[in-house]
Design a protein around this ligand. Structure first.
Ligand code: GTP
Ligand code: MG
Length: 171
């Protein structure tokens, strides 16, 4: 069965952007229209078969986006190998919040952390308020992976985690 590599991944972003929904889609292939806001943080794990002899196991910390939990975040990103910072393409303020998380990670997290920016709710194209190009340019400038995703329609969710897995060090 080859080698198994384990990585800690943290999800960060404003409340209601869809962090828990992305994790539920990735881990359980399931979506809820009415998901309750996360309290504190939730832990889930999933393994991805990258090649015949390479398995990557993600240990995922899904943090709570509500402001009152903000001080807990460093506990979850401190030892993280990778981070997914999520915003909602219909809410420009959530991209600003995502940028603040990216800054904090780049200053305080492991210097080798791999960061992906995810513009979620791409199914809500009619309500889009953040142009793809705006976020893409920011991601390029900042050295982030970038995907627009939909937990609802299962768009780019596997791709997001796969591309992160491919960038993880193997030794
Ligand atoms: P906190 O736990 O409060 O930080 O929020 P969160 O970022 O975990 O958001 P959550 O996954 O709870 O989703 C918030 C709401 O957005 C829920 O009602 C979801 O059903 C909805 N939602 C999540 N992802 C999508 C998506 O891709 N498309 C659409 N249309 N709705 C989504
Ligand atoms: Mg949540």
């Amino acid at each position: 069965q080859g080698k198994v590599y384990q990585f800690k991944l943290v999800l960060l972003g404003e409340s209601a952007v869809g962090k828990s929904s992305l994790v539920m889609r990735f881990v359980k292939d399931h979506f809820d229209e009415y998901r309750e806001s996360t309290i504190g943080a939730a832990f889930l794990a999933r393994s991805v078969q990258l090649e015949d002899d390479v398995t990557v196991k993600f240990e995922i910390w899904d943090t709570a986006g509500q402001e009152r939990y903000k001080s807990l975040a460093p506990m979850y990103y401190r030892n993280a190998n990778c981070a997914v910072v999520v915003y909602d393409i219909t809410q420009p303020s959530s991209l600003e919040k995502a940028k603040a998380w990216v800054n904090e990670l780049q200053r305080q997290a492991d210097p080798n952390i791999v960061i992906a920016l995810a513009g979620n709710k791409s199914d809500l194209e009619a309500r889009r308020a953040v142009p793809t190009q705006t976020a893409k340019e920011y991601a390029e400038e900042s050295g982030l992976l970038f995907f627009e995703t939909s937990a609802k329609t299962d768009t780019n969710v596997t791709k997001l985690f796969d591309e992160i897995a491919k960038l993880m060090p193997r030794d």
